[in-house]
Ligand binder design. Structure first.
Ligand code: NAP
Length: 282
């Protein structure tokens, strides 16, 4: 049976998800399709509640629908509940199920790119406290990290995140930090992750100097346009291990494809090259 899935957002024009899922459909010889659907926020409820009638077995959800889609789902996985947002929906009979695969996407890519990150028995510092930060903090909590520092321009959001996740595991301490302390709170960390929008399209300056870090770190940026952000360039020049944002995008797609099409796909170099070429063209 031909199965179809899609990605919904408003706007949706720039999504790379059709390229990723189209690659896997072809690779596995699956008689299926994956398309973009522009869904206005006012139409979201109607769309997701009628996914089957629209001809879809499921969909990815992107900005600005992630929180609302989470609320609309009948069944939610642990990561979606932790993040209060869903990026992947599928049907189980009549039930609308939701997951947030950003956690899995980030942690899988980190583990592939810097397999020894967890051997460093030192804090993890997260810059930013938005939706992506929530997914990533949850990943580090689940991974059993002892201390996670959340540093955000708007301190109240960092405090909320620390409070929400602070009680999940007795051995994990989460602290909120002031934005103007980001250098101090990063320089003895084993992993430093930029989850802010700073650096996107080469805009803004994170104001962080990896050359002054006291310990070798894994420095990750979830911004993937450009692929090598100023943070990653500076971190690499200073001898730190670096992890780019594109791998998170590719790995977060794996679980959805498996739910909809029944095959767990792989993130290959060939797929990565395909998306990189597309990013370079745009
Ligand atoms: P979001 O919820 O809007 O959060 C944005 C974050 O950036 C907030 O912490 C915000 O701080 C901070 N920020 C924005 N401008 C800033 C500035 N000038 N100075 C300091 N902090 C600033 O966004 P999101 O959904 O978490 O996404 C964040 C980034 O991650 C985006 O670039 C997105 O494209 C990327 N992303 C990548 C992937 C991937 O697969 N690679 C997945 C998800 C997201 P305040 O709280 O103070 O406003």
């Amino acid at each position: 049976m031909n199965k179809s899935a899609c990605v919904i957002g408003w706007p949706i024009k720039h999504s790379r998800s059709p390229m990723i899922h189209g690659y896997w459909l072809a690779k596995h010889g699956i008689d299926g399709s994956y398309e973009k659907r522009a869904v206005h926020p006012d139409d979201l409820q109607n769309f997701v509640k009628n996914l089957a009638n629209e001809g879809f077995v499921g969909c990815n959800v992107t900005v600005p629908h992630k929180e609302h889609a989470f609320q609309l789902a009948d069944d939610k996985d642990a990561s979606a509940v932790a993040v209060f947002a869903a990026n992947t929906l599928w049907l189980d009979g009549d039930l609308l199920c939701a997951a947030n695969t950003d956690t899995e996407g980030f942690m899988a890519h980190l583990t592939v790119s810097a397999p020894d990150w967890k051997k460093r028995d030192v804090p993890v510092t997260i810059l930013g406290a938005g939706g992506a930060a929530r997914a990533i903090v949850y990943g580090f909590v689940e991974a059993g990290v002892g201390e996670i520092r959340v540093v955000n321009r708007t301190r109240a959001k960092a405090e909320k995140l620390a409070a929400d996740f602070g009680g999940l595991k007795p051995d994990t301490r989460i602290i909120a930090g002031d934005w103007d302390k980001r250098q101090t709170l990063s320089q003895d960390a084993g992993v430093v992750v930029n989850t802010t929008t700073i650096g996107m399209n080469g805009e803004g300056d994170l104001g962080l100097d990896p050359a002054s870090f006291n310990v070798p770190a894994v420095v990750a940026d979830i911004v993937y346009v450009p692929l090598e952000t100023a943070l990653l360039r500076d971190a690499k020049a200073a001898g730190h291990e670096t992890v780019d944002g594109l791998g998170m995008l590719l790995h977060q797609a794996v679980a959805g494809f498996e739910k909809w099409f029944g095959v767990r796909p792989e993130v290959t170099q060939e797929l990565r090259d395909l998306v990189v070429a597309d990013l370079e063209q745009s």
